[in-house]
Design a protein around this ligand. Structure first.
Ligand SMILES: Cc1cc2nc3c(=O)[nH]c(=O)nc-3n(C[C@H](O)[C@H](O)[C@H](O)COP(=O)(O)OP(=O)(O)OC[C@H]3O[C@@H](n4cnc5c(N)ncnc54)[C@H](O)[C@@H]3O)c2cc1C
Length: 479
């Protein structure tokens, strides 16, 4: 039976917080108890409203997917009436929503303070949360609108449209890769030669300033994930190994430094990553721990006396594996490991670990293997990494969401371990979206080949008449 959804006006100041709290599905019992306590102690909230909020804090009464979707669309719909500065934190958004609906009696200082305490306790990173409600694309405002000249042919116009305003960037990729087309399309290389060629093409793209587009401007980038993904899309028309090598180094390795590191890491590494002077890899997956990233077994144990971490692979099953760029070229790895400080576990964190020197010699205590032949992508040097209690400085922890302070105590702006984990992984999603973009391009390329082949290839035909193109057969058109 269809039931109608509605939101009582007095709930509006709390709506953005309730939505965010439930939307990632990891609200823990102590968190619900904390929210309830804050609301209970707030005398300015009317008892009926309190009851409404409590309803959503009962673990047996979780909002349904439909209710959550309705809350989100309600917030977004009404938020269109707000100006951008009013959308900056959850309380502000809630109280502005309440104002628009003439129910502002609860949007006072006391409620603001309770909500801020709740945000802190839940470790909600306000800007990330707000972005997830409005799905704000930080670069969309800087995107150029697509201009189609009236005199352009249909083919040209369609081309411009499909380039999404990034024709110049795509042409730059073409200018670099077209001269290598014959070599790219050759199947005669042995594994090592192919991998070296793919590295060389990656370096050429980097030299033209095409790798670092998603990084901040002060490090040579353009602060634009849209431009980065346009380049990624164009590269995937040429060679998928090159696409993955490019994505692993600039998107995953560089992206982890940009998103999980702080100013120290940005200043020290981002320029060299952008120019691929420092080739790197992203070492998350372990032999027996792939999809279940939370269960990774590599450890990073803090040593207070020396202000260092010891990175260790407990068993052969916990070796990092299928790590792109690891087998031959990377000099540094972003290693995901369980952080342990004073014998207390704090969950998965990312660490910068030098794995080779500038001459390509493997660092002591690290064993690197090669994953060998794959069913495709043989131009990428996927490999295994094993760490035998190697030492790295404290500063190599990418510490945006978790750190060890001067006194050797663990600190984090996000108190809930689950939320911290999802926030850290969430920052990497932008780059990962590039993988389906490349898959889509490969499918388009295959379709293009199938259509041209079908127009050209002839088979059978009416009696006594020439054979006809297989494109004329309805079964072929349908498939
Ligand atoms: C070419 C290539 C390059 C790679 N590059 C990198 C890299 O640079 N860095 C890196 O860290 N990793 C890399 N990887 C590893 C990749 O991230 C993992 O393969 C991926 O995370 C899946 O892990 P897994 O292979 O252990 O599969 P598993 O986790 O064992 O999954 C096997 C199957 O079970 C399914 N499955 C798993 N859990 C569930 C569940 N709970 N419910 C239902 N189904 C489930 C999966 O969908 C899958 O079909 C690469 C892999 C490949 C193939």
């Amino acid at each position: 039976m269809k039931t109608s959804l509605s939101i009582q006006d007095s709930l509006l100041p709390f709506l953005p917080l309730l939505y965010i709290a439930w939307a990632d599905g990891v609200l823990e019992e102590h968190e619900m108890a904390f929210i309830k306590k804050q609301i209970e102690e707030n005398d300015t909230i009317n008892p009926d409203t309190k009851l409404l909020v409590y309803k959503w804090l009962d673990p047996t009464n979780q909002p349904t997917a439909r209710e959550l979707a309705y809350w989100k669309s309600y917030i977004r719909q009404h938020a269109d009436l707000l100006n951008p500065t009013e959308k900056q934190d959850l309380f502000n958004t809630g109280s502005q929503l309440a104002k628009k609906q003439d129910s502002e009696q609860w949007s006072n200082i006391e409620t603001r303070e309770s909500l801020i305490l709740i945000e802190d306790y839940l470790g909600i990173a306000s800007d990330e949360a707000i972005r997830s409600v409005y799905e704000i694309n930080p670069v969309s405002s800087s995107q150029k609108s697509i201009e189609i000249k009236p005199e352009a042919s249909y083919v040209e116009s369609l081309k411009v449209l499909l380039q999404h305003g990034n024709a110049d960037l795509k042409r730059k990729v073409q200018d670099i890769l077209n001269p290598h087309k014959e070599s790219i399309e050759s199947y005669d290389d042995d594994l090592k030669t192919r991998k070296e060629k793919v590295l060389k093409w990656t370096q050429e793209l980097a030299s033209a300033g095409l790798g670092n587009l998603a990084y901040p401007k002060q490090y040579g980038g353009a602060d634009s994930m849209v431009q980065y993904s346009a380049v990624f899309e164009e590269i995937s028309k040429y060679d998928l190994s090159l696409t993955i090598k490019f994505g692993v180094h600039f998107g995953l390795f560089g992206g982890s430094v940009a998103s999980l590191g702080t100013t120290f890491h940005h200043d020290k590494y981002l320029k060299d990553i952008g120019s691929i002077a420092l080739p790197g890899c992203f070492a998350m997956t372990e032999m027996y721990h792939g999809s279940n990233v939370k269960a990774l077994q590599t450890t990073a144990i803090y040593q207070e006396e020396s202000q260092t971490f010891i990175i260790h692979t407990p068993t052969q099953n916990d070796r990092k594996t299928y790590i792109g760029n690891a087998a031959m070229h990377a000099q540094m790895a972003t290693v995901f490991a369980q952080l342990i400080v004073n014998e207390e576990e704090h969950g998965i964190h990312a660490f910068l670990v030098p794995i080779r020197d500038q001459h390509g010699v493997t660092m002591p205590g690290i064993t690197i293997g090669d994953n060998g032949h794959k069913m495709g992508l043989n131009g990428v040097d996927n490999g295994t990494l094993h760490f035998d209690s190697i030492t790295i400085p404290k500063k190599n922890l990418l510490n945006k969401y978790g750190d060890v302070d001067e006194d050797g105590q663990y600190t984090s702006p996000i108190s809930s371990p689950s939320r911290r984990f999802f926030t850290m992984l969430g920052t990497l999603v932008g780059g990962r979206l590039c993988v389906p973009i490349a898959g889509n391009t490969a499918a388009k390329k295959a379709l293009n080949m199938a259509v041209y082949f079908a127009l050209d290839r002839k088979q059978f035909g009416p009696p006594g008449k020439p054979e006809q193109s297989i494109m004329d057969y309805p079964t072929h058109q349908k498939s």
